[in-house]
Design a protein around this ligand. Structure first.
Ligand code: ASP
Length: 334
């Protein structure tokens, strides 16, 4: 590893992209590049997190994010424990704060959390002595997704600055869109949001994006086309007349893609709904689609984040009152 590996980040938790500086982001991406190289070797394992415990606490289902956080921790030598809401005391009525206090008492060194409510991960982080990483909270933020997207783009196109990125589809319910919009703005890219009015947050322009309701206009000359899933699980009521009509107007097909730059890349955070937001053949187009590459970058980015956060001196488990026998007879407990 190069000497960039020696610095600790100025933040203790990774709760969102909001608040990160261009150099924070570049540092994570630079270290991620090193982990991409490591992950392509036969020997992928390091022991820099040896002896540390990482808990993945998921209150929502996940395939890519949970697996890649688990793999990332294990490749760095940590002991990784996966907890899902269905298997935990939450189902028995325990509050989020009590769950946090319980886990904190076990002195984990990193807690990775996914939760259906925006802000829940930040709340939980206030009760933990270790680093907390947001693996997606409601429709708020999904910082490691935006970082892995940025890594994918940077490795393909050299830099983020000056690129035009179109984020298309269900932006209203998407934490991926919010984190990406923030990151791309911080790094000097131009962001376009393309969606029907029902799937856009109010005052979207205030987030520093150009808004379009028509794919053919919005995709004109873009470098990156980032498609989003219709997040039915977060919808209360009908936001589109039918998936068929949605595909007709907002699904990515060859005709609409022809408006973008000839070498424009197609991205999708997954899971994909083929034939709803993206044409199946385009999703698999090896010249244009970088969807599988995004998954590969996810492991490297999560390794970089776990590595960097572990270097924060404040993230070491606190030394509590020692009640063990070695403190003397008064400290001895039955
Ligand atoms: N996997 C991403 C997320 O957790 C995107 C999605 O679910 O559509 O937000």
């Amino acid at each position: 590893m190069s000497d960039i590996s020696s610095s600790a980040p100025p933040f203790r938790h990774l709760l969102g992209i909001e608040g990160l500086s261009p150099s924070d982001i570049s540092e994570i991406l630079d270290l991620s590049d090193e982990y991409v190289a490591q992950n392509r070797q036969v020997d992928k394992k390091r022991s820099i997190l040896g002896g540390r415990a990482q808990i993945n606490l998921f209150f929502e289902t996940s395939t890519r994010t949970q697996t890649s956080f688990e793999l990332a921790g294990k490749r760095l030598g940590a002991d990784v424990i996966n907890m899902t809401a269905t298997a935990s005391a939450i189902k028995k009525g325990e509050t989020l704060i009590d769950t946090a206090a319980t886990l904190n008492a076990m002195h984990p060194d990193a807690l990775v959390v996914r939760h259906p409510h925006s802000g829940a991960v930040a709340l939980l982080s206030q009760k933990m002595d270790c680093s907390v990483i947001n693996a997606g909270d409601g429709s708020h933020e999904h910082p490691t997704q935006a970082l892995l997207d940025a890594l994918t783009i940077r490795r393909r196109l050299g830099q983020l600055h000056g690129l035009t990125v179109a984020i298309c589809g269900d932006i209203l319910h998407s934490r991926v869109a919010r984190s990406n919009i923030m990151l791309l703005n911080i790094m000097g890219a131009h962001v376009r949001a393309i969606a029907p009015p029902t799937l856009l947050p109010v005052a979207m322009e205030r987030m520093g994006v150009e808004v379009f309701h028509d794919m053919t206009q919005g995709l004109e000359d873009v470098d990156i086309v980032m498609m989003l899933r219709l997040q039915n699980e977060r919808m209360r009521g009908a936001f589109v007349p039918s998936t068929r009509e949605y595909y007709h107007f907002f699904g990515l097909d060859r005709e609409k893609l022809a408006k973008a730059k000839p070498e424009a890349l197609i991205m999708h955070p997954g899971p994909m709904n083929r034939g709803v937001e993206i044409d199946s053949e385009l999703a698999d187009d090896i010249n244009r689609s970088v969807i599988r590459e995004q998954v590969e970058m996810g492991v490297a980015v999560r390794m970089a984040v776990l590595d960097l956060l572990s270097r924060r001196p404040g993230n070491q488990p606190p030394v509590g009152p020692d009640t063990g026998p070695e403190t003397g007879p008064e400290g001895a407990q039955p």
